[in-house]
Design a protein around this ligand. Structure first.
Ligand code: FSO
Ligand code: SF4
Length: 548
């Protein structure tokens, strides 16, 4: 196997014998084959568009199945084979339709390939079409192909979430297909792929906007909310991942059953959404970020639902209490299918929670504040502007991105602790669990630590950055707003490309993507993290106009 799509890839180069994430070589080969098939389906879909052949189910299928190949999403060979077989069915019908409508279908590769019938055969084929299948090509071009594919996987995940909430835009589907098809087009060069990466960033902002509209129209705009970090005596369900629709459903279905529902990981900001918080049994938050789940889930005395990434190899002592939904899967863990993409029947989760002991007593709790998504944050803009005018606030840090297991991730805690008192720290995504319960004080009554939300709320960060452009009357790249990012998986790659599109200078860690060559990093203006002291000094020197 060879996989280098995430930050924890072995030795910073690539997982070659077994995934650090728990992905085995067989599933890795099957995922490679699925992605190869999606690239071919995209070639046909683009030809279809030229002759008026469109298929929304195909558009959605590409997003859902690409989402399943993100890091820590689906480890179940049966599910991936199901997606591969479905891709063949879509391909054969589409080829027929495009041809009948007078379109071109004479592609060689995934479009005319005959797939094996057995699991072993598909694994064998997958090994031929993985990342290193075209390793003879120029390293920059090769890196850009995979940068684009990983960025598109992130866009596909956001698009899938948005679709479930009734939001879609053909432009996004079209770009996903254009980008995937481009990776099979030998006539394209390095500059073409930089343009496509830029376009991927732009389209990702649209996908995030759709998701933001879906979430806020369904659940209201997040408002600042104190979230208890403890628990209540009684039966319990824990919901992890990012999917607010699944959380809403489970809250609805577990009402009146004497069960408390808790968020885990990236679900924490869900407490800020008024229409989710209205459920009195949506009590608080349990645990921290995804990489601590094996310990945290084992100690949770109720049922656990994983709605999206990041799923880890479930230990035997909680595997029977764990459920997955959407594109997530692990062999032997009960998966709850939705028949119509909308409503999942969560009764097995509820029954499991009722069978389990639950918490024996209430705990006295600490709380954290969430809910500074764009609307709440923008309501502070007047106060922030005043503080900036008085010189009480001089810089802003967006400390955003993913958490992970590597020791180097302590950087972010230390960085936040060392930020000067005349700065605000904005957080987004699961990286914040390193410091989310720290009190770093206030400036003129404004909390210095403001949580914008989970990574699916990244559109709010874009709106906030655009508001800063208004306050300071300068372009985003000249703002005293500094992006200190931690990346982990492919949604983070899509967001990186969006920031690249917006012209933002990025500091990225804890290690740089293995698929980005020095040329790609330079062109995307990505700086590696040094130490918190060195980076803060460089930033503050810049803010204070010190010329070095
Ligand atoms: Fe974290 Fe995982 Fe939200 Fe990612 S839980 S790492 S970028 O999947 O999605 O921030
Ligand atoms: Fe390795 Fe990451 Fe790929 Fe998993 S997703 S196999 S950890 S590079």
């Amino acid at each position: 196997m060879f996989c280098y799509q995430c930050e924890q890839t072995a030795e910073g180069k690539g997982c070659t014998t077994f995934g650090v994430c728990g992905k085995n070589p067989e599933v890795s080969a099957l995922q490679d084959l699925l992605i190869y098939m999606l690239r071919g389906l995209s070639q046909l879909a683009l030809e279809g568009q030229k002759v008026g052949v469109k298929d929304e189910q195909l558009n959605l299928f590409i997003c859902e199945s690409a989402f399943a190949t993100l890091t820590n999403v689906n480890f179940d060979s049966k599910t991936i084979i199901g997606y591969i077989n479905k891709s063949v069915r879509f391909r054969d019908v589409l080829r027929e339709k495009v041809q009948s409508a007078g379109g071109y279908v004479g592609f060689h590769g995934p479009v005319d390939m005959v797939l094996e019938k057995t699991e072993e055969g598909l694994i064998r084929q997958g090994k031929e079409f993985g990342i290193n299948a075209d390793s003879s090509s120029d390293p920059d071009l090769h890196g850009l192909h995979w940068l684009l594919i990983y960025g598109i996987k992130g866009v596909a995940a956001y698009t899938y979430h948005a679709y479930r909430l009734g939001k879609k835009d053909d432009k996004v589907f079209e770009f996903i297909q254009q980008g995937l098809a481009a990776t099979l087009d030998k006539s394209l060069g390095v500059d073409d792929f930089f343009d496509l990466a830029l376009k991927c960033g732009e389209i990702n902002i649209r996908a995030m906007e759709l998701l933001d509209a879906g979430n806020t129209e369904a659940y209201g705009h997040p408002v600042p909310m104190q979230v208890p970090l403890g628990h209540r005596k009684g039966k319990a369900i824990l919901v992890s991942g990012h999917d607010l629709k699944d959380l809403d459903e489970i809250l609805k279905q577990s009402q009146g059953k004497s069960i408390y529902v808790y968020s885990h990981g990236e679900m924490l900001p869900a407490h800020g959404y008024p229409k989710l918080k209205k459920y009195s049994h949506f009590f608080g938050h349990y645990g921290t970020a995804w990489q601590n789940q094996q310990k945290e889930f084992a100690n949770f005395p109720g049922a656990i639902l994983m709605t999206t990434n990041c799923l880890q190899n479930p230990a035997e002592n909680y595997k029977g209490n764990l459920f997955t939904s959407g594109p997530v899967g692990w062999p032997g863990v009960t998966h709850l299918e939705s028949s119509d993409l909308n409503c999942v029947d969560f009764s097995p989760v509820i029954e499991k929670a009722l069978d389990m002991p639950g918490f024996k007593e209430d705990t006295t709790v600490k709380t954290v504040t969430v809910g500074y998504a764009r609307k709440s944050f923008l309501s502070l803009v007047e106060n922030i502007t005043e503080s900036v005018m008085k010189g009480h606030i001089n810089s802003f840090f967006l400390v955003a991105g993913c958490d992970g297991a590597k020791p180097g991730r302590n950087y972010y805690t230390e960085f936040v602790e060392k930020t000067p008192n005349d700065s605000l720290v904005l957080t987004l995504a699961c990286g914040k669990f390193r410091f989310f319960d720290k009190d770093i004080g206030q400036v003129d009554g404004i909390p210095r630590l403001l949580d914008i939300g989970q990574c699916n709320d990244a559109y709010s960060a874009v709106k906030v950055a655009q508001a800063f452009e208004e306050i300071f009357k300068v372009r985003m790249s000249d703002l005293p707003l500094f992006f200190i990012l931690s990346w982990y998986e492919q949604k983070a790659v899509a967001i990186l490309l969006s920031l690249f599109y917006l012209g933002v200078n990025i500091r990225l860690g804890p290690s740089l993507p293995a698929f980005m060559t020095p040329k790609i990093l330079e062109r995307l203006k990505i700086k590696p993290l040094k130490t918190p002291d060195e980076d803060l000094k460089a930033i503050l020197d810049y803010v204070n106009g010190v010329v070095v």
